[in-house]
Design a binder for this molecule. Sequence first.
Ligand code: PEP
Ligand code: MG
Length: 861
Amino acid sequence: MGWVYAFSETEGLGKELLGGKGFALAEMTRLGFPVPPGFTLTTEACRAYLERGAFPEGLWDEVRAQVERLEAATGKRFGGGGEGLPLLVSVRSGAPVSMPGMMDTILNLGLTPDGVQALAEATGQPRFAWDSYRRLVQMYGEVVLGIEAEGFERLLDRAKVLAGAERDVDLSASDLERLVGEYRRLIEAAGRRFPDDPWQQLEGAVRAVFESWNNPRARTYRRLYEIPDDVGTAVNVQAMVFGNLGDDSGTGVGFSRNPATGEKGLYGEYLKNAQGEDVVAGVRTPQPLERLRESDPGLYDEIADVAARLEAHFRDMQDFEFTVERGRLYLLQTRAGKRTPEAAVRIAVEMAEEGAIAREEALLRVDANTLPSLLRARIDPERAPEAAAEGLPASPGAAVGHAVLDAETAESWAGRGLPVILVRPETTPEDISGMYIARGILTARGGMTSHAAVVARGMGVPAVVGVAALSLNLEERSFRLGERSFKEGDVISLDGTTGKVFAGEVALSEGGSGEYLHRLLEWAEPHRRLGVRANADTPADARRARELGAEGIGLVRTEHMFFDPERIPWVRALILAETEKEEREALERLFAFQRADFMGLLEAMDGLPVTVRLLDPPLHEFLPPLVELERKEAAGELAPGEAKVLAQVRQLHEVNPMLGFRGVRLLLVRPEILRMQVAALLSATRALREQGRDPRPELMIPLVSTPEEVEQALAVVREAFAEFDLELPVGTMIETPRAALVAGSIAPLVDFFSFGTNDLTQLTIGISRDDAGHFLPRYLDARTFAHDPTERLDEAAVGRLLEIAVREGRAARPDLKLGICGEHGGEARSVHFAHRVGLDYVSASPFRVLTARLAAAQAAL
Ligand code: PEP
Ligand code: MG
């Protein structure tokens, strides 16, 4: 088979081979859109190259044949000097999955010193010819020869100063010619050489694109977006058209719908007399496309028409690049546009309502994991102080954090738990990891389609870009917003919905979910088979969860009710009690607190199940930390009574508390606590029933690993049932591997299993939930783990235990109810798994109820 295909001869070939860009170019060519001719080197050629470290045999014969066809089609000659125009090409990467900003592009390739003269003569524009050459040398120098961009930028800035020029376009042909000479010397000083031979240029460029598949930025992106490493990228070689031939030329980016809000209609940006990279790189700030409506209505209508037709063909919101060469429109690429979660929902819903896609398709188009971000905080415009500066609202949502001036600092501060806002002149793909971890992003340059904007929207991180009043001093680690100066570390706030930036901390208010989301989730409902509950410990959380569609509570962590400052003294009193009287008093107090809490929760979830888990954590969590007391003791500062506390803390101290005196073990050793909790729940239930309400509590025993533990705990529970003459469903958590493996003998004892996948993951893989941060990032980087197992259920092992427990549990007790209440219950892929293995429900934190609802429907589609 071939390694290379012309855009016009790709019938029947798919995205996997041609890459997303190559596939779209081929489609557009076939449909008769104005696409400059070109050809694609396939992903297979890339994989072959990366495997062997050399170009596969026959590849360059095919490339030469294609270049000849381009020459014939355009009437230009590759590397041509002398008569006529030289054929120049762009070389761009294009992986099967879009990876914006990750790979590299080279424009004007094929220009040589002779070609520059020919181009200058044939166009009558020496300035344009030298500018094209200057761009080629710079891009090639950066991308292929690995010279730092800053060196070129410095020379360019100096040339402008020397020429008294304010903008790049004010440099004359001879300024640019001189600049090219300086660029060449810069490259030579680094021990490299810019090739004058166009074929060497092409070979170097193709090699660079193939190799860029493995650069660290691309790897990071693939890891974040779960794209496999062994796909490879295609390379597209396309005849150049020029947006920098004067004011009737230009370049732009268009969207068939607004990528931030989802609103229908042409949206985008345009930069006159410029080449494409100027817009995407965010180096110059372009004009909204809307302005063309007045200045060039014919062109505007043509672009709007193209946008609509592209969308109708590809059946999704399109993001396309175009160039206007002397008034003629050319399309350079199109793809499904990146969009904010808000826009994704609105676009899916509206396209279904327009009849462009089916409702089921609309449901599948939204990444369920992004839905909680729709409830993202906002800055209330009524209550906001005066903004320190304003820029473009590139990615919605509000953020408050410490300003950090580079990605590395962002990562290190965020790693220490500080919320950070990444402040940069502009962002480049090197900033990806810092952007990901930041609460917000702020840049001085760039438009709505700059790297920062596109990536932030994709990640759902609020961003304000193109803030003209922002200037940075990276050496002094400071910046200014208009009149005010700031140091790195100062707190700032930003609102990516309005583009406003504020000094200090601004109060945030909760987001609302919006009509489109509401409609989408309504469409989802009839499809899902899994029930969706919430993990909630307070009536407020329970109400919130219910509003978001939760069908009950799958986990009440009762210990959370004890951490309240008013209550913790009573928990301590219970733990430290020396006499029966002291113990009774503490239990009575705690009973009253719990009863009131249960009443609130059951009321909020009236008519729906509420699964109350009995006390789970080790008791010492309620006591002052040992080190603190020992420090006081050493300093002779122990208060009266604290000596006793210290002794107790020492006695309860565990080297490995997560594997220690907790869960059912605690309940069996201190049954009075168990009895108190059950009594509080029964008493609350009875009181509500007497009020005519419909409370539906369930009891759940944590961290069991043997049927005997369950039996013994049940004995105490049953005594309480008898005392109240009231019975409730009782279940157990399955959160130790042993419990999963002996599920068949536990099941006959209980009404339900709830998989505590947080502990089950911790105990199965042997990684601490609390400390894994020390090595997990490295593991994920190196792909030692494909995913963070604390986030996405590890199907191979934890999943397997779950399946065993489901199978053997149901075999022993067919009507056994099964659910997940670990964090995984709110993660889309894990919800799909829960659906596949036939669980009855998942339970997630309140915001993630949205994710669970949509993911459950998607799993069933
Ligand atoms: C679990 O372990 O998955 C669970 C839900 O319990 P917790 O997170 O409270 O340990
Ligand atoms: Mg647990």
